[in-house]
Ligand binder design. Structure first.
Ligand code: ATP
Length: 235
């Protein structure tokens, strides 16, 4: 469904993504693990055209997207939950959700989608009028996920959804990821919380200083020595 082949991304002279190749198939949850500064966020930004790759190809549904505009990529069914949530803090919860639906035109579709995300995130339903920036970190993360779902994606990319959240909120976020997949949305997840991510993912990739060094089923990665030492605290 999503395929990166030999993608190279630079910031000026700095060669951040080095020949990154990975694939996410329809219906899967795939996670991308990596330490700080490995290039995980850059991978997400490159997929969405927020940073341009210098070489390599990226396809979604077998169509090349590496030169397309971010809005067109989202309209084609791929949504992003960005790092650190990046909701619109001064807008209400409702307005944030409407922003997520900008690719959709009909009011009827919008209210149907709104009902749907409120069903998944009852906490947001109670707070539709609240200024988004006044919500807790966990609530803001839910809003970021709900906003992405408003574009009716067939696949959703999430950049560290558990970052900075309390253990109970982390669990809520991961339960939601599982629910989203059950509803037929494919999930590509960037995470530092390797043990949680690998428990719910089907497969995973490990990114080290811009290179994919390992790719395997999630259950094999959980018992892999490199993963255990580097990302699971040697546990
Ligand atoms: P973290 O988990 O800390 O968010 P990450 O794996 O997501 O890390 P990236 O944010 O992709 O890492 O950064 C990869 C490398 O690229 C880092 O060395 C970072 O300093 C550098 N980098 C990121 N954004 C820019 C930028 N806009 N200009 C220059 N260098 C950048």
């Amino acid at each position: 469904m999503l395929k990166l082949s030999n993608v190279n991304t630079y910031y000026g002279p700095s060669h951040v993504l080095q020949d990154v190749s990975l694939e996410v198939n329809e219906g899967e949850i795939v996670c991308l693990l990596g330490a700080n500064a490995a290039g995980k966020t850059t991978t997400m930004k490159t997929i969405f055209g927020l940073v341009r790759s210098r070489s390599g190809s990226i396809s979604f549904d077998d169509k090349a997207i590496e030169k397309r505009l971010t809005g067109d990529i989202v309209a084609s069914g791929l949504a992003l939950v960005p790092e650190a949530r990046r909701i619109f803090p001064r807008m209400s919860v409702m307005e944030n959700l409407e922003m997520g639906a900008y690719t959709r035109k009909s009011r009827a579709e919008l209210s149907h989608d709104l009902e749907h995300v409120c069903d998944i995130f009852p906490r947001l339903k109670e707070r539709l009028k609240q200024q988004a920036g006044t919500m807790s970190g966990g609530e803001q993360q839910m809003l970021a996920m709900a906003r992405a779902l408003m574009s009716h994606p067939r696949m959703i990319c999430m950049d560290e959804p558990s970052m900075g959240l309390s253990p109970i909120m982390v669990e809520t976020v991961f339960n939601t990821v599982v629910r989203i997949r059950k509803e037929g949305v494919t999930v590509f997840l960037v995470e530092q919380n390797a043990s949680m991510a690998l428990k719910l993912a089907d497969r995973g990739y490990v990114l080290q200083t811009g290179k994919i060094v390992l790719s395997d089923t999630a259950s094999n990665l959980l018992t892999n020595d490199l993963v255990r030492q580097a990302y699971l605290g040697g546990a």
